[in-house]
Design a protein around this ligand. Structure first.
Ligand code: FAD
Ligand code: NAD
Length: 470
């Protein structure tokens, strides 16, 4: 250790990096974490998961009051929007949680190196003009918004914005055009629709939410349409011009054809995110990126260079905070000589709309493909939320649970849910799959009544054709 400053130096304090740093310190390793932002917590806590959920939660209440859901339960209210106060509670949530990470760093004796780190060698970096050597360096630099050529984001002007700008709009736009029908577009589009904006989603593919189960994508599209969102599928945006306080977008069919224009008060560019490796001087460490700009690692999170590790959005896999966190823990444990493992086959994903959309494991399409294209090798059980007593009583009829199992072994391969608390319900499915459960295991597990989770039991029962309530 003599000539090393640290056992572990983590670059980036997002959910991957800060969690890795805390676990490394807990395991007795001398640890530092470099972070250039003014606050810890990365994209997730500062401009991602947390502020978006603060706006989603608040706008959900607003819509429940304004849109009649409360009236259906005998509560008559006429809400008034106080947008600065709504933004205030968002900022409070971010401040509280990012400050919490600073507290945890102090508690665990993790040194926060304030500034952006750059490699100067295989085991050395420079941060804010100071040089540091570390036995192990973990790259956890996360990701940033993918730009769309011809559609220039300017969050300060507030006309063409990315997710960070869309979280902070000073007023509710008359018409918001969302480019990209993925997770960010649907979550932030929902926020502003609930608060009064007309929202049009322009999606390049023939359906929203790529990567999710086909039934889920179709049903979600139906639900969002019913809520008042407009969709232009199989359409690409080829240009944007800002004229005063409005933007005029040029749209073309994805397969080519006549262009049309669309005027918007606010345009949200949400076509994906790309890994942050630009400022790292990776060449000084002898590292390169793959074609997608990601840093490749082995199953233990080792890069091609001994002593350098990588986790989170900067490596291949879904760009999700909980995936980054689990990789952070496993990576630190591997550095400490333990056995850190992440089961990448069981990473749940959740879209925090109303209702929520969640999934874990294989989609039906993937399961069939994996079985060699034979539909009979995969069994599917589905149960509608309309037949779930709790959802029905709560006036939450939309959605379903779908359990996909191997036809021979009955082992659960995937679970997909559209239901108001789908994000909470999916944990049960993930745990069952982690334990190698069969659909029968779930079907014979006693579920409390009346709960939305009973729909998971019923969908599992439906795998063998024996649900009770449909
Ligand atoms: P990040 O969180 O991106 O953190 C990386 C950090 O590294 C940043 O703070 C950056 O400043 C720092 N950094 C970069 N380069 C350097 C350098 N050279 N030196 C020092 N520091 C550096 N995921 C979910 O699971 N659930 C959600 O609900 C969710 N909602 C989201 C909503 C939005 C609007 C967005 C944009 C993302 C959302 N995500 C969500 C995705 C989630 O934020 C990311 O998957 C997660 O933050 C990735 O964690 P990370 O640690 O890999 O990187
Ligand atoms: P995304 O990959 O989820 O969706 C992008 C969408 O844009 C896709 O549907 C894609 O087909 C479409 N698209 C791409 N280019 C286009 C173009 N030129 N014109 C029209 N459509 C186009 O990306 P995102 O919504 O920007 O989110 C980025 C990442 O952040 C995701 O990987 C996601 O995992 C993460 N995130 C997660 C959550 C969550 O877990 N709840 C919330 C927000 C973000």
């Amino acid at each position: 250790m003599a000539d090393y400053d640290y056992d572990v130096l983590v670059i980036g304090a997002g959910p991957g990096g800060y969690v890795a740093a805390i676990r490394a310190a807990q395991l007795g390793l001398k640890t530092a974490c470099a972070e250039g932002r003014e606050t810890l917590g990365g994209t997730c806590l500062n401009v991602g998961c947390i502020p978006s959920k603060a706006m989603l939660h608040a706008s959900e209440y607003f819509e429940a009051a304004a849109g009649g859901a409360m009236a259906a339960m005998g509560i008559k209210v006429k809400p008034e929007l106080d947008l600065p106060a709504m933004h205030g509670q968002r900022k409070d949530a971010v401040k509280g949680l990012t400050g919490g990470i600073e507290f945890l760093f102090k508690k665990n004796k993790v040194d926060w190196l304030k500034g952006y780190a750059q490699f100067t060698g295989k085991d050395s970096v420079e941060v804010a003009g100071k040089a540091y050597r570390a036995k192990n360096i973990i790259i956890a630099t996360g990701s940033s918004v993918t730009p769309l050529p011809g559609v220039e984001v300017d969050n300060d002007k507030g006309v063409i914005v990315d997710s960070t700008g869309a979280l902070e709009l000073a007023k509710v736009p008359g018409h918001m055009v969302v480019i990209g029908g993925g997770v960010i577009g649907l979550e932030l589009g929902s926020v502003w629709r609930r608060l009064g904006a007309k929202v049009t989603v322009v999606e390049f593919l023939d359906q929203i939410l790529p990567g999710m189960d086909g039934d889920v994508r179709k049903e979600a599209n139906k639900i969002f349409k019913k809520q008042g969102m407009d969709f232009k599928l199989k359409t690409k945006v080829t240009g944007a011009e800002v004229k005063g306080k409005k933007a005029v977008l040029t749209l073309e069919p994805a397969a080519g054809g006549d262009a049309e224009t669309l005027e918007a008060d606010v345009v949200l560019v949400s076509i994906g995110r790309r890994p942050n490796t630009g400022g790292l001087a990776l060449d000084k460490a002898g590292l390169t990126t793959n074609q997608r700009g990601q840093i490749e690692t082995d199953h233990d999170f080792r890069t091609a260079v001994d002593g350098i590790w990588a986790i989170g959005d900067v490596v291949p896999g879904p760009m999700l905070a909980h995936k980054a966190e689990d990789e952070g823990i496993a990576c630190a444990e591997n550095i400490a000589g333990l056995t850190g493992i992440v089961n990448h086959d069981v990473i749940p994903s959740v879209v925090y709309t109303w209702p929520e959309i969640a999934g874990v494991g294989l989609t039906e399409e993937q399961a069939v493909e994996k079985a060699g294209g034979e539909k009979g090798d995969v069994k599917v059980g589905k149960f509608p939320m309309l037949a779930n007593s709790r959802a029905k009583t709560n006036h939450e009829p939309d959605g379903f649970v779908k359990v996909i199992a191997d036809a021979k072994s009955d082992r659960v391969l995937g679970v997909w849910i559209i239901a108001v608390p789908a994000g909470t319900m999916i944990a049960q499915a993930a745990q069952a799959m982690e334990f190698g459960a069969t659909s029968e295991d779930i079907a014979y597990t006693c579920h409390a009544h009346p709960t939305h989770s009973e729909a998971i039991k019923e969908a599992a029962m439906a795998v063998t054709g024996k649900p009770i309530h449909i």
